[in-house]
Design a protein around this ligand. Structure first.
Ligand code: XMP
Length: 506
């Protein structure tokens, strides 16, 4: 076990992720952790994260100084190094100007954490304080043009510090440094993997839930699916999943989700198949925000009804991932609050949350999904918005228009998969704008709908670019939709990025 002491740094989870990538188990703990607690956890190494504070600040987070006497190797990163220096008698000072960005690191001593690195390398710096004088018995192992002590070491006590961030991709040789610390200094074995994560997560869920009952709003998306399967493995029939079909799902999607979880995983699954409830409320509504609100609100009502039918439920599973976690660290793990990922459940619906994925990044969840034998179509499912096709039909939603979009969308999915592009793009889907235009089919004039194609690449959905698709694939999609979907006579391709557009049209 490697402990990561969190001093409020924005990269604490990234440090954890890098350590997991090395096949080493780690846990993030608050800087307030007691020495007794640390001892009871028996870590073989400790990493101090960075943080926004200055060691001279009033509220500067400080750990128990006895931690340096435990004889456990320590790596301090950024603020973590400054705190080490300050606590052990070195001198920390304010920079004239903050140093931020890619910086050339000149390595003075290529041993220990810098072994197998050259005499210089690029690193990401981001700090307002610096170490003027290292503590006694520490040597300076690297510097930069502006930072005299960019790294320091006391090899005898196995205490190391770096002013830069080895955990970010902008420090290309950062992983080497982390590996050196883990394997050479801490003697980690590196045999931890997603299978071990499953075991640990199951044990933690059992401990949290006991013999109480758990509810999960399952959407069929990868996050809620993985969370549900994990909880199911841990507590079996104490878990009930509720899947709401609002009628705006894609072709065959609801049937597939229900089959996967009921038959494939043998789960208690309530299938709330209530499209008419949503259709009744959304008929005639064209304003995008109004559509979203109505669907979100009705979703909650359906969910509430089903939850009430089930009787006493204490826990709610949520597929929150680390990037969704606003509050930092593990201090908040047991907070009781209303669910917000499922459209914001009302305040009076109090559940304790079970969030087994809150430390993971998306690609780690995919790896976990494979470990749990989830079917490929769930592992690789592209993101799909909660309100579904309703926000891809511009203007009024009618059964006819839903059917047109559903069929057109199924063709897009099929062809994108055939072209081996489904996993390479972020999202690929059809849109139904509120417009008709004139065409000619056979010898007849047509006046029919236009279908828009939206195919984008993105890292996280925050920004996106339209994909430069091969013409043949676009051509094939266009031909098939016009030929196979009645009511469509024109296909257009959306060539705007986000910003200024958004990915969805509403
Ligand atoms: P936009 O359209 O804002 O979408 O560029 C960014 C990403 O978020 C997805 N999206 C949603 N996901 N509920 C969701 O779970 C929603 O209401 C919602 N709206 C948009 C969208 O598909 C894209 O991946």
């Amino acid at each position: 076990l490697i402990l990561i002491m969190d001093f409020g740094g924005q990269y604490s989870q990234l440090i954890a992720r890098r350590i997991r990538e090395c096949g080493v188990y780690c846990e993030i703990v608050s800087f307030k952790i007691s020495i007794e607690k640390i001892k009871s956890m028996s870590p073989i190494g400790i990493v101090f994260s960075g943080g926004p504070s200055s060691v001279y600040g009033d509220k500067a987070p400080k750990c128990d100084p006895q931690i340096f006497d435990l004889n456990i190797p320590i790596l301090g990163i950024c603020y973590g190094m400054q705190l080490t220096a300050y606590t052990l008698g070195g001198k920390v000072a304010h920079c004239e100007s903050r140093e931020y960005g890619n910086t050339r690191l000149l390595i003075d001593k290529n041993t220990d954490i810098f072994s197998e690195l050259g005499s210089e390398t690029q690193v990401l710096m981001s700090h307002g304080d610096y170490i003027e004088t290292p503590p006694a018995n520490f040597v300076v192992t690297a510097h930069t043009a502006n930072t005299p002590v960019a790294a320091m070491a006391n090899a005898l006590r196995n205490i190391y510090g770096v002013q830069f961030h080895p955990e970010v991709v902008h420090t290309p040789e950062g992983m080497k440094i982390i590996r050196n610390f883990l394997f050479d200094i801490c003697q980690c074995r590196g045999d931890w993997n997603m299978g071990s994560f499953v075991d640990q997560a199951i044990a933690a869920i059992r401990k949290q839930v006991g013999n109480k009952r758990v509810l999960c709003a399952l959407s069929g998306g990868i996050d809620s699916s993985v969370a549900a399967v994990l909880v199911h493995r841990a507590v079996g029939d104490q878990l009930t999943c509720v899947y709401v079909n609002h009628g705006f799902m894609r072709k065959n999607e609801s049937e597939q989700v229900v089959k996967t979880f009921r038959d494939g995983f043998n789960m208690n699954l309530v299938y709330a198949n209530v499209p008419e409830r949503f259709m009744n409320r959304i008929a005639g509504v064209t304003e995008p925000e109004a559509k979203r609100k109505i669907i979100g609100d009705e979703f909650i009502r359906v969910f509430e009804t089903e939850a009430n039918k089930l009787g006493d439920i204490d826990f709610l599973v949520q597929g929150t991932l680390y990037p969704d976690v606003i509050e930092s660290g593990t201090d908040t793990a047991a907070v009781i609050k209303s669910h917000h990922n499922v459209g914001g459940l009302p305040e009076d619906m109090k559940f304790a949350l079970v969030e087994p994925l809150r430390d993971l990044f998306k690609d780690e969840v995919r790896a976990l999904a494979r470990e749990l034998n989830l079917p490929e179509e769930i592992v690789w499912r592209q993101p799909f918005p909660g309100p579904g096709l309703a926000i891809r039909i511009i203007g009024e939603i009618t059964e006819e228009r839903l059917e047109i979009l559903r069929e057109a969308d199924a063709i897009v999915q099929e062809e994108i998969k055939k072209a081996d592009m489904y996993r390479k793009v972020w999202q690929s889907f059809a849109i139904l704008p509120a417009m008709k235009s004139v065409g000619v089919m056979g010898d007849e004039r047509t006046y029919a709908y236009t279908v828009g194609l939206r195919i984008v690449s993105s890292e996280d959905g925050m920004t996106a670019d339209w994909v430069r698709m091969p013409y043949e694939v676009l051509d094939q999609i266009s031909r098939r939709i016009v030929n196979e979907v009645k009511g469509v006579n024109r296909i257009v391709y959306d060539v705007t990025s986000k910003p200024p557009s958004t990915i969805e049209w509403e």
